[in-house]
Design a binder for this molecule. Structure first.
Ligand code: NDP
Length: 488
């Protein structure tokens, strides 16, 4: 009697333990019960992608390379900044095996390598992911909807702003974060750089060859940039560093920045200074908006990793790069984490029963939905072409002023090519290489038509030969599409 009572009690306790485990699994951190990762359910569904990679910087592209090498299909959503923040810098000196390489060149090489193994890159941005069901439900800016068996978050971080009076009003009119984009437009001008980190030092190297003078304003008594970079700043005769200085207000003349109020926080005095440009390098914030707090974040908004893996608080969801790294923030570290995330992802997929057959089955149902059709843009270089194709042309013509070293231009080009295809019958988009047309088209527009291009990229919208609008804003594909629609 006593023995059977113990057996019944033991069975009851085991039953309660199993129930509790399942119940707590369901409640914990928005997590999903292990039993819900049923591979047999997904093979019957359409639009299911084994691995969705959000972001295409070093982390995302390295992850895609490893996923592809594991024989699995991934789709990389390139996001608003295809190939990530390295496209905003000039030379990279600290990538092992490459002595000195342009950021854009390095990222293009990684992209090509990933694509050669079969990685698929889509120029669209993920705007929302519903983690409350599995496969996870993903939505993009262009209205694509699909399911993801796993997600690798590689959305990086966005440069911070100062939030002072006049900053927003003069954004793109003298206030910017991208020195490599705008340096040629500040030839022989005076500019300030705000910040004391590596990015601030790098901006000195990018600006000094062009400007009359560049001054780094550091809010503390020292810079946190690497010593070697600080020493390099000292080697530029037109570069200076001022400590204990903060910008309090930005002033303009209605068109561009002309002055700033600089606060000396040691002497407690404010001084007004004439200035032509302000380059911000005051750190970054993690891009976590599309997560809607479903994944566990730390108090600064960085995704929290489980132990030493790249797994987040949700099974099947991984992260790599600056979205989860407030400390190291190096491209090579992000790439390594992308690789770790890919390995964790493949382990997870095998664990839940993924196989080559399952992969082949899913592929049949989702591939054709992802065509990114583009149209190569016509390029003009001569004044006669400017008149033939733009100023004497009927209908809407958009001129894209670009340069081959301007990261924003490179970022927007695939968007413009996709839109050119969509608007084929309604508008023509033509590209103009600023460096090649300085003495022809650029000069002609300025001197004969009073149209001044002051930074890159610049979009000029003409209708029946008349200039309707000019934009120097960085825009996503859908923002560009909506912008052009206004003129059709
Ligand atoms: P950091 O966070 O390292 O530095 C930000 C700087 O901005 C700090 O000096 C900070 O001051 C200052 N700052 C922040 N807010 C304000 C404000 N409101 N007003 C004035 N100053 C402000 O950012 P970085 O972008 O420079 O670097 C990020 C990471 O990327 C780092 O890990 C860096 O090593 C790496 N990096 C590496 C490069 C390379 O290796 N070539 C190049 C560029 C970046 P304070 O010091 O007082 O906090």
């Amino acid at each position: 009697m006593r023995k059977s009572f113990i057996v019944v009690l033991t069975l009851l306790l085991i039953g309660m333990a199993i129930y509790w485990q399942q119940f707590s699994n369901r409640k914990c951190c928005g997590n999903i019960k292990n039993t819900m990762y049923k591979i047999e359910d997904v093979v019957r569904e359409e639009n299911v992608i084994p691995v969705v990679i959000v972001g295409s910087g070093p982390a995302g592209l390295s992850a895609s390379l490893y996923i592809a090498r594991a024989g699995m299909k991934s789709v990389v959503f390139a996001g608003p900044m295809p190939c990530g923040q390295l496209t905003q810098t000039t030379f990279i000196d600290n990538w092992p095996g490459r002595e000195r390489v342009l950021g854009i060149e390095l990222m293009n090489d990684i992209k090509k390598q990933a694509q050669s193994f079969g990685a698929m890159i889509i120029h669209d941005s993920v705007t929302n992911i519903d983690f409350s069901q599995w496969p996870f439900s993903v939505q993009t800016e262009e209205g694509r909807r699909f399911k993801a068996m796993t997600v690798i978050l590689c959305t990086g971080a966005t440069p911070r702003k100062l939030n002072v009076v006049g900053e927003q009003e003069h954004w793109g009119k003298g206030v910017t974060t991208c020195a490599v984009c705008d340096a040629p437009f500040f030839k022989d001008k005076e500019v300030v750089i705000v910040g004391g980190g590596d990015s601030a030092a790098e901006k000195v190297f990018e600006l000094a060859p062009y400007v009359k003078k560049t001054t780094v304003l550091v809010r503390k008594g020292s810079m946190r940039a690497a010593k070697v970079m600080q020493e390099r700043i000292a080697s530029y005769p037109n570069a200076a560093i001022e400590y204990y200085k903060e910008i309090k207000q930005v002033y303009g003349d209605g068109e561009k920045v002309v002055a700033i109020d600089v606060y000396d926080n040691q002497k407690d005095v404010v001084e007004r200074r004439s200035i032509d440009g302000i380059f911000l390098a005051v750190g970054h914030d993690p891009n976590n908006k599309m997560l809607n707090n479903s994944v566990q974040l730390d108090e600064h908004g960085y995704v929290v990793m489980k132990d030493r893996s790249q797994e987040t608080s949700i099974r099947g969801v991984f992260a790599a790069g600056e979205i989860q790294d407030p400390t190291y923030r190096q491209a090579i570290v992000a790439a390594g984490e992308g690789v770790k995330a890919a390995l964790d992802t493949t382990s997870f997929l095998y664990e839940i029963g993924f196989s080559a057959e399952v992969g082949a089955h899913l592929e049949k149902n989702f591939f054709e939905h992802f065509s990114d059709v583009k149209k190569e843009l016509k390029e003009i270089t001569e004044n006669q072409e400017l008149y033939d194709y733009v100023l004497n042309a009927k209908g809407v013509v958009i001129l894209d002023f670009y340069s081959t070293t301007c990261p924003g231009c490179i970022r927007m080009l695939p968007f413009l090519e996709a839109i050119a295809q969509k608007l084929e019958d309604k508008a023509t988009i033509i590209k103009v290489n600023y460096t090649a047309v300085k003495k022809t088209i650029y000069r002609e527009l300025w001197l004969e038509h009073d149209i001044k291009v002051r930074r890159l990229p610049t979009l000029l919208v003409f209708k029946d030969g008349k200039l309707l609008d000019m934009s120097t804003q960085m825009m996503s594909k859908s923002e560009l599409f909506n912008y052009f629609q206004k003129f059709l």
